[in-house]
Every structure is written in C-alpha cells, then in structure tokens.
Write a protein that binds this ligand. Sequence first.
Ligand code: HEM
Length: 417
Amino acid sequence: MSKRTNMPEEKGLEHSISLVKEGYHFIINRRESMQSNVFKTRVLGRSAYCLSGSEAAELFYDESKFKRAGAAPLPAKKTLFGVGGVQGLDDEAHRHRKAMFMQLWTRESVDRLGQLTRDYYAKAAEDWVQQDEIVLYNEAKKILTQVVCDWCGVPLAADEIEKRTDQLSLMFEKAGEADFSHFKGWSARSKAEDWIEDLISQAREGSLQLNEDTPFYKFIWHKDLDGSLLDKEIVAVEVLNLLRPTVANAVWIAFIGLALHDSPPNSELTHEQLESFCQEIRRFYPFFPFTVAKVREDFTWQGYEFEKDTLTLLDLYGTNHHPEEWDNPDTFIGTRFIDSKQRPFSFIPQGGGDYDTGHRCAGEWMTLLIMQETVDFLMNKISYQLPEQDLSYSLKEIPSLPKSRIRMRDIRFNTPD
Ligand code: HEM
C-alpha cells in the first residue's frame, strides 16, 4: 500500500517552468498560498519537498534525515559544482574532505587574504582614476580572480586574467539559465578544469614548484580516507570550489555598491557596524535561492511523512526574509545585526548548521572579510559618483544583479587627513 501524507501539496505534474519564471519567489509564493513552511511539489520531473524557516532548516541539516549524494541536478553539477566534489559527499567521506577546506582558515592565511584584497583594490583603482567610467561588478570579478589565485598559489599570468575571470564567472552566472546559454557555463567549467588539472600534473611531476603553505599545494597532496592522493580531476573540482565562489563574491560587491547608494551607513563605521552592514547585505540581497538534499530514510516530522530519496529544497532566500524570523524582513536595516544574537538556522545565506560536520559554506568567513574590505575601500579609500543608471534588480533572474552592474564615475583616491 502506498504511503499517504497530510503534507500540503501543489497539484499538477511539473512546475519547473514556474521555478524558472518565479525565481527567488517560487518557494515563498507557495509557502504563503499554502500557509505552510513544508509542502510538496514537482520539479525537474520528480516529487520534491520544499522547506522554509528556521525549524525546517534545522531539520534539513540533520544528517540522519538528509543526505547529499545524488541530490544536485546534473545541470548544477555541470556548471556550479563539478563532479566528485565535497558538496555531494556524506558522512565520514564528507567530514574528511571538508577538513581539507577548513584547515585553510588559519590566522595567517586570513590576514593574507585581507592584505591581498586591499592590494588588488588599490592596484585596480590606479587604473580607475584614469577612466571616465568603470563597472564595479566587472572590476570586482577581475580583482577577485587575482586575489584568490594569488592566495591559493595558482599561477596566473597577466595575459590570462581576462580569460580565467570569464571562465570562473560563467560557471555561476549561467548556472540558473534555462536556455542554451546554460551551455556556456558547461564549457567554461570544462576549460577551467583542464587548466587546473594541467597545473596539478606539472606540480606532481615536479616541473611546477609551489609554496607548501598554499591551499593549492595542500589540495594537490591531500590524502583521501584510504591514504591515496585524490585523482587530479577531483583536486581540480575542489580547487575550483575555492576559486569560483570567491569570484562570485562580485555579486555581493555589486549589491554593496547599491546598498551604499540606497542605504548609506554613517561615514565612520566601527568594526561592529561594518560587520552588521555586511551581514545585512547577505541577508537582504538575493544570491542562492535554495540548496538541495535527498531524504535518507523514511521518517515522520510534525505529522508529515518524508519518503526516502525524495529531493528536498531548503529555501535560503525565503528563510532570510521570513516574517516569522525577522522584524520588517523586507526592509534593509544596516544596523540590524548589532547586538542581535546569531541564530544559526534563521540566517542562512550560505547554508546553516555546522561547518565541519555539515554542508554549511566553507567560505563564509572569507566572504565576510572580502565584503568588509570592499565597504572600507569604497567608503574610505576612494570617492566616486554614480551616474544615472538602472539600479533595479530582478528576483526572477538567478543570480540576481543590479541591471547596470553599478557604473561609477569621477573616481578619485581620498587623501589621508
Ligand atoms: C558569494 C559568496 C558565497 C555564497 C553565496 C556561498 C553559498 C554557499 C551555499 C548556499 C552553500 C551550500 C550550503 C548547503 O548546501 O548546505 C555553499 C557551500 C560551499 N561553499 Fe560557499 N558561498 C560563497 C562563497 C564561498 C567561498 C568564498 C568559498 C571558498 C573559498 C566557498 C566554498 C564552499 C564550499 C567548499 C561549499 C561546500 C561545503 C560542503 O558541502 O560541505 N563558498 N556555499
């Protein structure tokens, strides 16, 4: 006899087109109309549960209930994640691989990242002051490509910067496209994997010398659970798991440009105020709409039956805007996070739960650091004007970006007082 569930359910055979059309509001719209943080729908040709809000997020991060193997749809693997990376692992294999990422966050390496970010901003701005106009989003992608390659120890020649910036960017820019341009993301990933695999071969053969303290070196010589080196294809996927999302910070940098215009903070920010402003950017502006897992074994939660192997979407954007979790969720309040307790499952722009044992983003601190350096640079190191431009952004496009990508003019270095 088939199992019955009293979970609210969307009628119809397939809703993938609505998902593409409604974008960040797909889960919110149904959560509101069904008045439930848990419901069932059909996307990508299969049944799927959608979860929203902190209680449901906590459930989603319960490893005994959900697994990641086989959850990510093929188009996402071909562009965003790659095959064989940490995102699709579970249990001991996941913890061992995740530790390879988490070992990178030493005081020295974080300080070095901050310094590199400042240096590459300063270098880029020497060129900006000569230009009539620059586009912040495009500049940020180039800067971050150089920052992250330098930080990782991945060699990057000056004449390669544009090409590698484009490849790393297309992987996240085209991941949400439903039309043919999605394949640009596939092609970019394939070229970027070839690039990194080639460098790995050179390093393993001894023709490329790398500093032992760099992430690239550590990943190349990382031993898997069975004591063997990872295949170079897997190392490349994991190195791109450092490069690609760091360049993706350009999306939030474009939103920083917008927030500084729409909701400018006090001119002199304390560290606490700066951090709160950046956290509110991560809460308020869209990036990843949801993340995915699969039900590990049949279980019942709050009277709802969850069936083994069913795809499950956790609403990241909707939880960050959930009226049960936030006062005035749709208002940008730069000081919101001052003195407010961090609630691990309500504020989930980069996933929730535990870093070491769960799938929460390995680069959350790095993201916050780059954002803080960016706000400091734009507010204190240079001055600029925003000419007339279309600053709107659509919640139907993934990833969403201000339409103009933030055009800036009359850029000048500020002189120290
Ligand atoms: C724009 C900034 C970023 C956003 C919006 C973002 C978002 C996310 C999200 C939503 C997840 C999945 C969480 C889950 O499925 O539970 C994730 C995982 C991950 N992120 Fe990020 N991320 C960003 C930056 C970074 C950076 C800078 C790095 C590394 C340098 C990074 C590395 C990773 C890795 C390795 C995972 C997989 C973790 C795992 O499966 O255990 N991310 N990120």
